[in-house]
Design a protein around this ligand. Structure first.
Ligand SMILES: Cc1cc2nc3c(=O)[nH]c(=O)nc-3n(C[C@H](O)[C@H](O)[C@H](O)COP(=O)(O)O)c2cc1C
Length: 196
């Protein structure tokens, strides 16, 4: 039975490319304004993280939502230059994973999946995010700052906030942010005669 009061789904009028445009537009932001991220927004982002898929649905991760600016500053200082987005972030989500040499690859894969989903979700909320990578030599300091037990580690902390005007601007000239499509996407087979 049709519901006459329901709002028509205008997205179906858009081309497939335009419908996925929010994903294509998802960019890294490393500079944020002073505007806070609300508790409801952080809650929504934590739900996106929690519902991410993982290898065998093991859900190896735990997430730490960080709002304390002093801690964000110390995390930033510990891991520069990779952590520079945390210097101005209003909040962040740390992806905590078990230390398990048997599962390094699957954990790295899971880590990437959840980080990207958080980034996409920030765009849906009118916020922005930036992946910060915690180097091996920085993990000890991060473990202390976040109070992690020795059997847990952090590779990714996603910085969150409202992007500054400058950070909204594209970092590359038009058409330069990604390799040309013909260089990246092939039909059916690796192109004959193409060097690897
Ligand atoms: C595995 C991985 C690690 C990354 N580590 C960092 C990092 O430590 N610090 C940082 O500022 N950006 C980091 N980035 C973001 C990349 O630099 C960014 O995705 C790339 O420059 C493209 O930027 P754009 O999506 O805004 O075009 C990382 C991205 C990935 C996928």
């Amino acid at each position: 039975m049709s519901d006459r009061t329901s709002v028509p789904d205008v997205s179906s009028l858009l081309s497939p490319l335009d419908r996925v445009r929010p994903l294509i537009r998802t960019r890294q932001v490393r500079e944020f304004t002073d505007e806070p991220v609300t508790a409801a927004e952080l809650d929504a982002l934590a739900e996106v993280a929690r519902w991410s898929g993982s290898s065998n649905n093991r859900q190896p991760w735990r997430f730490i939502v960080i709002r304390d600016r002093a801690v964000l500053q110390r995390l930033a200082e510990a891991g520069l230059p990779q952590t520079r987005a945390l210097q101005t972030a209003a909040a962040a989500i740390a992806v905590v994973l078990p230390v398990d040499p048997e599962r390094t690859i699957s954990h790295a894969y899971d880590d990437g999946r959840v980080a990207e989903r958080i980034l996409v979700a920030t765009g849906m909320l009118g916020l922005a995010g930036g992946i910060t990578w915690i180097r091996d030599d920085v993990v000890g300091a991060v473990r202390d700052l976040l109070g992690l037990p020795a059997d847990r580690t952090v590779r990714t902390i996603v910085a969150l906030g409202h992007p500054t005007e400058a950070a909204r601007h594209p970092k590359s000239a038009p058409g330069q942010a990604r390799l040309p499509r013909a260089q990246l996407v092939f039909d059916e087979r690796w192109p004959a005669g193409r060097p690897s």
